[in-house]
Design a protein around this ligand. Structure first.
Ligand code: PDD
Length: 280
């Protein structure tokens, strides 16, 4: 089945979909995005994703007339047209297509792109054995809470990680604190207490992060949102990543050093099971 695209009001197969070479997303990275998925064909956490999208749009002062209801309708229709068992939905809004200039253009409508393709889940081996990750200096900007399409530091860190045989890169700030990964949030577990960096401008407020925190609280698992250092990660009993497609994914190695015994931990596995029970 072909992947589907929706560009400024028109559905097509993804290979047929185009935007202008003058699009400010292409020229300047002047836009924001969201990534959603379905579970058994049902869109997951669409309201939370669209709330975050609208916060991102506000943060970059992108004026628009989109509504949550309107976008939800289009996403649902795109998912229906895709017809996949489970779908990965990508949504991007840019400040439109116009002559290249840094200041905001006047009277130019935003570009809306939605694509729907078959969802690829982490392999059973990765889930069973856990992920190796590597550290990267956090050289990103000061608004990582905005889901901006400017992802060059994430691209470079991800690529370096993959080239080194790792699944992800975890960003480490100058003071030794962890922020998040190139495409996921990070958690550690020490003596039964779960910890994750707090919401700030240094991380994206992951929807999955929020859901996992809610699940932990519901089941009375001790959890702290606080500064977490690289030193603590290396000395943790367990570590895991959260994200829309990976859900709760164990981390077993950082820069070639094993976390505890180098196997996915029990708290991580329990949280993943509880998470799946919640979303199913
Ligand atoms: N990224 N942090 C970063 C930097 C991310 O890019 C993502 C997700 C997350 C997790 O957010 P959520 O739980 O809402 O998926 C955290 C998407 C999947 C991407 O860029 O492809």
């Amino acid at each position: 089945m072909p992947a589907i695209a929706f560009v400024n009001g028109r559905f097509s197969r993804i290979e047929k979909a185009v935007v202008s070479v003058e699009d400010r997303g292409f020229q300047l990275g002047d836009g924001v995005y969201e990534v959603l998925r379905t579970y058994n064909g049902r869109l997951h956490a669409v309201d939370a994703h669209l709330r975050r999208l609208f916060r991102s749009l506000d943060a970059i002062e992108l004026k628009h007339r989109f509504t949550r209801a309107g976008l939800t309708r289009i996403i649902r229709e795109a998912v229906r047209r895709g017809g996949f068992k489970d779908s990965l939905v990508y949504l991007q809004i840019t400040r439109g297509a116009t002559k290249r200039m840094k200041e905001f253009p006047k009277g130019v409508p935003p570009t809306l792109v939605i694509t729907v393709r078959e969802l690829e889940l982490p392999s059973p081996a990765l889930r069973a054995n856990g992920a190796k990750i590597m550290t990267a200096a956090d050289i990103r900007w000061m608004h990582c809470d905005v889901k901006s399409i400017c992802l060059l530091p994430n691209v470079l860190a991800s690529n370096k990680a993959r080239a080194a045989g790792c699944y992800e890169a975890v960003f480490v700030a100058k003071d030794g604190s962890l922020t998040e990964c190139a495409s996921a949030n990070i958690f550690i577990v020490k003596k039964g207490v779960i910890a994750t960096p707090p919401i700030s401008a240094s991380i994206l407020g992951g929807i999955t992060r929020e859901e996992v925190i809610a699940v932990a609280r519901k089941h009375r698992l001790p959890l702290q949102e606080r500064r977490v250092t690289l030193k603590e990660l290396l000395a943790a009993d367990e570590a895991f990543l959260t994200g829309t497609t990976i859900e709760v994914l164990p981390v077993v190695q950082v820069d070639g050093r094993r976390i505890a015994d180098g196997k996915p931990g029990p708290v991580t596995q329990r949280l993943h099971a509880l998470y799946l029970a919640e979303v199913a």
